[in-house]
Structures are given as structure tokens and as C-alpha cells.
Design a protein around this ligand. Structure first.
Ligand SMILES: Cc1cc2nc3c(=O)[nH]c(=O)nc-3n(C[C@H](O)[C@H](O)[C@H](O)COP(=O)(O)OP(=O)(O)OC[C@H]3O[C@@H](n4cnc5c(N)ncnc54)[C@H](O)[C@@H]3O)c2cc1C
Length: 140
């Protein structure tokens, strides 16, 4: 049996000359909420869109690499803050034998269909959706 290491952290700088970290390499996500995979895919789509042009010219400076980090930093920081809050209020309480009663905010979301839809959107699509450019789409 292999125990998986759960981490929740991020690099201060995701790039250097000739290298770019995305997904868990830039920001390790915990299993909470099941959002890490979607976030990594969104990073990849953003990186592909931003770097396609420079890669075609075979000259990629650190500027477009920095643009990828700038673009993806806010949704990452937001989702990690959500995971951190759930770790503190639910996981840590349950691990020490307590009863992680849902907060008022969670109860409110549970009772409200529009808020549940917003939550589902945040989990499935993320706070900053990324789209492949037209030329990369089938039939585009
Ligand atoms: C226990 C656990 C459960 C989780 N459950 C979920 C979940 O249910 N839903 C969810 O959305 N997220 C979940 N997460 C978070 C999610 O796993 C990560 O956020 C996501 O996998 C990050 O994707 P990634 O492609 O960036 O990295 P990874 O999925 O880690 O992919 C990196 C890949 O690179 C390979 N690799 C590493 N070094 C090299 C090398 N030198 N050469 C070639 N290949 C290499 C690795 O083998 C790996 O296949 C979970 C995390 C943990 C720890």
C-alpha cells in the first residue's frame, strides 16, 4: 500500500527562462472538492493559448510565461483558500473526533438552488474558464 502525500501550496514564481510550471507543479492541490484536475487542465489550456504564437516563432521569452502565471494566479489562490477553509473547518474537526456541523453559509447554499448552481459551476468550470482558440478547435 502506498500513502499519497496531500499538500496544499504554491510556488511564488511559476516560470524561469525556458521552463513553466502549471498544475500541481505550480500549485499542489488537496483532494478536497475534487477541483485540482480541472484547475490543472485550465492552466494547460491557458498556457497553450498564450504560448502558441511565441512557440511558432521559436522564441519564447519569460514575458509570455509570466502572463500564464498572471492569468492563472487568482483562480488558483481563490480555490486554494476554499480548500484551506474546508481543511480547517471540516477535515481537521472530523480528524480530531469532533462533529463538523455545516456553517450557516453551507446551510444557505444547501437550501438555495441558484447558489447550488454557482457552487457546481465553480467546481466543474472554475472561477476563470479557459477556452481553446478557434484555430485549435475541431472544424475551426
Ligand atoms: C490523494 C489525492 C486525491 C485527489 N483527488 C482528487 C479528485 O478526486 N479530483 C480532483 O480534481 N483532484 C484530486 N486531487 C488533486 C489532483 O490529483 C491534482 O490537482 C491533479 O492531479 C494535478 O494534475 P497535474 O497534471 O498537474 O499533476 P499530476 O496529476 O501529478 O501529473 C503529473 C504527472 O507527471 C508524471 N511525472 C512526474 N515526474 C516526471 C518525470 N520526471 N518525467 C515524466 N513524467 C513525470 C507523474 O507520474 C504524473 O503522471 C487529489 C490529490 C490527492 C493528493
Amino acid at each position: 500500500m502506498k500513502l499519497l502525500d496531500v499538500q496544499l501550496n504554491r510556488l511564488r514564481r511559476w516560470y524561469s527562462d525556458g521552463v513553466l510550471c502549471i498544475g500541481d507543479a505550480a500549485h499542489a492541490m488537496s483532494p478536497v472538492g475534487g477541483i485540482g484536475i480541472n484547475l490543472a487542465v485550465a492552466d494547460a489550456v491557458a498556457a497553450a493559448r498564450i504560448l502558441a504564437g511565441p512557440l511558432r516563432t521559436r522564441r519564447v521569452s519569460t514575458r509570455p510565461l509570466a502572463r500564464v502565471q498572471t492569468r492563472r494566479w487568482a483562480p488558483t489562490a481563490f480555490l486554494q483558500a476554499v480548500q484551506r477553509a474546508i481543511h480547517a473547518r471540516v477535515v481537521a474537526v472530523a480528524m480530531t473526533g469532533g462533529d463538523p456541523a455545516p456553517s450557516r453559509a453551507v446551510q444557505l447554499v444547501g437550501r438555495s438552488r441558484p447558489l447550488r448552481r454557482v457552487l457546481a459551476y465553480l467546481v466543474a468550470i472554475g472561477p476563470l474558464p479557459e477556452h481553446a482558440p478557434d484555430y485549435a478547435r475541431r472544424g475551426g
